[in-house]
Ligand binder design. Sequence first.
Ligand SMILES: Cc1ncc(COP(=O)(O)O)c(C=O)c1O
Length: 409
Amino acid sequence: VTREDCLARDAADPLGAARRRFVLPEGVIYLDGNSLGPLPAATGPRLAAVIAEEWGEGLIRSWNAAGWIDAPHRVGDKIARLIGARPGTVVAVDSTSVNLFKVLAAACALRPGRSTVLSEPGNFPTDLYIAEGLTRLAGGKRLKLVDWDEVVAAIDADTAVVMLTHVDYRSGRGFDMGAVTRAAHDAGALVVWDLAHSAGAMRLDLAGCDADFAVGCGYKYLNGGPGAPAFLYVAPRWQEAFSQPLSGWLGHAAPFAFEPGYRPAPGVGRYVCGTPPILSLAALEVGVDTALTFDLAAVRAKSQALVDLFVDLVETRCAGHGLRLATPRQAERRGSQVCFAHPDGYPMVQALVARGVIGDFRAPDILRFGFAPLYVRFVDVWDAVEALRDVLASGAWRGEAFATRAAVT
Ligand SMILES: Cc1ncc(COP(=O)(O)O)c(C=O)c1O
């Protein structure tokens, strides 16, 4: 493979035009869209219009006239199309952590006779922390952690809920959503999926997999902006079966009746809690609209090709520096990111960032690179690996400036 080969692949790329839909700074190769997606070109103008017209001119009238009150449902229905869910099953609200609390509470309540919430220790910490907090509060349930490979075998008659992140945030390996959901249902358990690292990066089929509940992030592959609202999914069969504990007024059947008692809204609407952040939802909607413009099968195919190329180039051009592939080699077993482990991963990532190649570091030793096919090119993969080769060969990462850990890694 040569740099020219990479340029030729870009010229033939059916997603090549998608890059123009994003604002990307000169001199930056962005391999971190799995942490914070870049700015879509349409977001600034859209937010300016929402601010000037809907907020500035429309004022409070915009709750009705500009459809603000429906935004969680409208954006939720668009996200549903990306994750294989039917209209009326997704709302865009709150953070992933808060949404997990709501759907996990529902799933636990729907399995009263069983005592375990089953997960694995490598799950994203907020998922484990939320489960801990919920089980402490609710009583009668406990969190049980088993190794990633042993999750399916550990599902038993006492499992109330299997709670998993679909694509692992560190290693990038993915669970087979259909198979795990089937195994859980066969044992009488429910499943909660965290789609933070898969929604927008690959085709998902929540309805086809018969998933029960799911949550996911708006600021990663959906390019909704820093702290964008997250989303949650509730299968139609569970929507009326339980009313989630964060029973705020906008999840009430008639919020503007101002009744003293709570009556849940029909359907997934009861999972809305308080006033939705309209500016953030407007930004998220642009990101989701951008993702909906492109075929997710093409996105997935290119993501697999980008990662294959990156792994191949790192292993051939950066050999001898102790980097160990920590992501499955088979494309269908991983998400849209790749990790290499190295004890000096932190300064190495910082030295790369100083050269304009932005990936991230995940403790204790992971160099993580995300490949978002709407704007990452094959030539970016080549150039990123050349930068890594230079950082390793020159020992530049040993510089003092790269040793101090910032608050956000
Ligand atoms: C798998 C997973 N779940 C949840 C979160 C965080 O969710 P939030 O900060 O929206 O609560 C992240 C953040 O990176 C994540 O990777």
